[in-house]
Design a binder for this molecule. Sequence first.
Ligand SMILES: [Zn+2]
Ligand SMILES: [Zn+2]
Length: 357
Amino acid sequence: MSLGEAFCVVCGSSDPLTSNRLCESCFRERVTLSELSATIQGVRCPKCSVVLYSGRWVSIPDEELHHGVVQQELAVDERASGLEVGIHAEPVDERNTRLNVQAVGVIDGLEFSDEHTTMLQLSNGICPSCSRRAGNYYESTVQLRSSGRRLSEDELTALRETLDSVISEMEPNPMFFINYEGAVSGGWDVVLGSKALARAWGRYLTKRYGSSTKESNTVVGRKDGEEITRLTVLYRKPAFDIGDIIHFRRADWVVAGWQKDGALLHALDRRERTGASWRDLEKSKVRARVKDHLNVDLLNRDSSGGEFLDPRDWQVRTVSLPFDDDGSNMSLRIALIGDEWVALPDVRRNPGGDADE
Ligand SMILES: [Zn+2]
Ligand SMILES: [Zn+2]
């Protein structure tokens, strides 16, 4: 021991000191990295398994729930850095799970580690959406229909699937539930817990598949002087999709996109575009669906036509080249119109030559 050296204020040791002038062993005696209560309480809905966690009902995997509750309940020394928490979960019964928790962290340059055991106890509680469902609560109905024809099974599946993506893209909300759905004559009805969800889905459908929605409200009662209404959103899918070839005003057109009140059309055989309203388009007829178009490689070509193998019977057939042919292209997109193959212009690459696009 030499003069001027620092000593532990507790035991007088001259071992290297921590920042509060304690030797390592005295420091370790006085510091706890983390503490955890012996039990953690939670609520789980027995009907749909969502868990009340951080004040919200959420559907999360067990592992994520365990990490979430431990992170919330673990009291950690505020000087700790580089904290790492490992959890081993042992289910005890339906409602209880023992969580063995290891925490590692650094305080004042020294590594600390702790082990805890806590019991996560999930009691049963009906979540708000299940209680409303049980009470047959609903706010809105979305009616999926088509313009002047039956929706095909494929179309219906595709339209219905968009609801799942709409729900997954919105902030979770207990009212975003489906009360009932089923086939009705001419389409499909989906009864929903939320008006906002019905509207959001309607917007999504019109953006993706064109057309527009019609909304109507029915008064179903009164509460605190306010009318209680239910919303009906009617969506009619147009008879055609983007990419379909339609016959309209004595010519064939490629449906190139949706506009506010109708569709954007490109002529099939010349550089021309036009817009048409939904009302006008009611008189159109689909000539070739986009899902039936084919990409083919040409066997050979000249300046006006090319030969390809018809996939229906593997015979060599000739097709006239599209108006926007570049003189050397050896692959084409073709559509069967009537009983004749027609080569399609690339309307995205050649948007009609209009100045405003
Ligand atoms: Zn000491
Ligand atoms: Zn529930």
